[in-house]
Design a protein around this ligand. Structure first.
Ligand SMILES: C[S@@+](CC[C@H](N)C(=O)[O-])C[C@H]1O[C@@H](n2cnc3c(N)ncnc32)[C@H](O)[C@@H]1O
Length: 397
């Protein structure tokens, strides 16, 4: 059986129509140098190569081998004790899972609609993302491009913002690291859904991933419009749903949670969902925040802060900074490698931060917890995110 599945995987990877293979997880009682290895075809100087990307917690290494020299590298990979192997190919994929007793469970997968042509771009569009050339259907659908193929003058800024958003999300490297296939993204508070359509097009049509994206918003009228647009485009893995974030119950647990400028505590509702689902990637761009400010206003402030709090705008900004610090801190305590970065240039909006959190297997939780508790006790507040987390998670704080 072992020889059979290895032979099958080897044939698929080295054969025509190969799209991508993911090797992940270690078999019981074994140790592996890499958490995951991804293999995909790339074109280098006009010649097809196989690209091997080796990932562990801290780094990734990528090596390209001409296709006709790649067989021994595939064999080396197959000799490692990975627990899961997932191969996508135009001719149909194969999934192998090794049970705790070491038995290989092999499933052959029919070719899917998305398994049509592998993306051979060597740099995975990292510097390119969406352009007038590669994203015409998307740009026309959302009204950024004119019928004759030009970016509209009044949409230049939106176009830039979309690409900046994609760049920041892509920079986390989560899409190549996502163990699960397909990818399920939920975009909470999707509003006019430029970014929802953009992430769908990017994942599905540019990166050629089996991506499912759902936009959620309380505004039924907007959602109805987006549904009509999706129907006319026949983008059948993009869906929209009316509803409140806090009440959202997905059919499939999303491995990517987005919440971009969702209002006030809606950001916390989105973060709580992502944490409780243990989503692999959580990205939010916080918006207006009032909840913590109301708590701060009730507590006598330290005298040394008096000059800050004389001016309302400073008080407000301090509330924003504290709210986002608490959010980032909670994500770190919950095992997410988290950073806070600038999203939109400050001249466009003061709400220009993005919090990016990638699930990691180990973070320095004790340190984050100490910082979190100290900050809470200094300001005598309880962040809204802590209040709404389910009990099991609240107990970790
Ligand atoms: C400022 S818009 C942002 C739209 C989009 N995410 C973007 O960045 O362009 C915020 C959206 O969040 C929605 N929203 C706010 N609170 C929500 C909640 N609790 N549940 C669902 N949608 C919510 C609003 O209806 C609005 O459409």
């Amino acid at each position: 059986m072992e020889r059979e599945y290895k032979h099958l995987v080897r044939e698929k990877i080295l054969g025509d129509g190969f799209i991508r293979a993911t090797f992940s997880g270690g078999q019981k009682g074994t140790s592996l140098e890499w958490n995951k290895v991804i293999v995909r075809p790339v074109e280098v100087k006009g010649e097809i190569h196989l690209q091997f990307s080796y990932f562990d917690e801290k780094k990734d290494i990528t090596k390209n081998h001409p296709l006709n020299e790649a067989a021994p590298v595939v064999d080396e990979l197959l000799a490692l004790p990975f627990r899961n192997i997932f191969v996508e190919s135009k001719t149909g994929g194969v999934q192998v899972n090794i049970s705790k007793k070491g038995k290989a469970v092999v499933s052959e997968i029919k070719p899917t609609k998305t398994s049509t042509s592998p993306n051979l771009a060597h740099d995975r569009q990292k510097n390119k993302l969406l352009s007038a050339e590669n994203a015409e259907p998307f740009l026309k659908a959302v009204g950024i491009m004119t019928a004759d193929g030009k970016i509209k003058a009044d949409m230049q800024r939106k176009f830039k913002q979309i690409n900046e958003f994609l760049r920041l999300v892509d920079e986390t490297d989560s899409f190549s690291l996502l163990a699960d296939s397909p990818i399920h993204v939920v975009d909470f508070g999707c509003g006019n859904a430029y970014l929802t359509f953009a992430i769908y097009y990017y994942l599905h049509d540019i990166l050629k991933l089996d991506a499912h994206v759902t936009g959620v918003d309380v505004k039924a009228e907007l959602i109805e419009r987006h549904k009509e647009k999706v129907k006319s485009l026949d983008w059948n893995q993009l869906t929209f749903q009316v509803g409140h974030i806090a009440n959202y119950e997905p059919k499939t647990i999303p491995n990517v949670v987005l919440a971009l400028h969702a209002c006030d505590t809606a950001t916390d509702d989105a973060l709580a969902k992502g944490i409780e689902w243990q989503s692999k990637l959580i990205v939010c761009a916080p918006c207006c925040q009032h909840e913590l400010q109301a708590q701060m206003a009730r507590v006598p402030m330290p005298a040394s802060f008096a000059s800050i709090f004389k001016d309302g705008i400073f008080f407000e900004r301090m509330g924003d900074i504290l709210t986002d610090t608490f959010r980032a801190n909670i994500l770190r305590i919950m095992g997410y490698r988290t950073d806070v970065t600038q999203f939109i240039p400050i001249e466009h909006t003061a709400k220009n931060l993005m919090i990016r959190a990638v699930k990691a297997s180990s973070t320095n939780k004790a340190r984050w917890l100490e910082e979190y508790r100290n900050l809470k006790s200094f300001w005598q507040v309880t962040p809204y995110l802590e209040k709404i987390l389910k009990e099991d998670y609240k107990l970790l704080l």
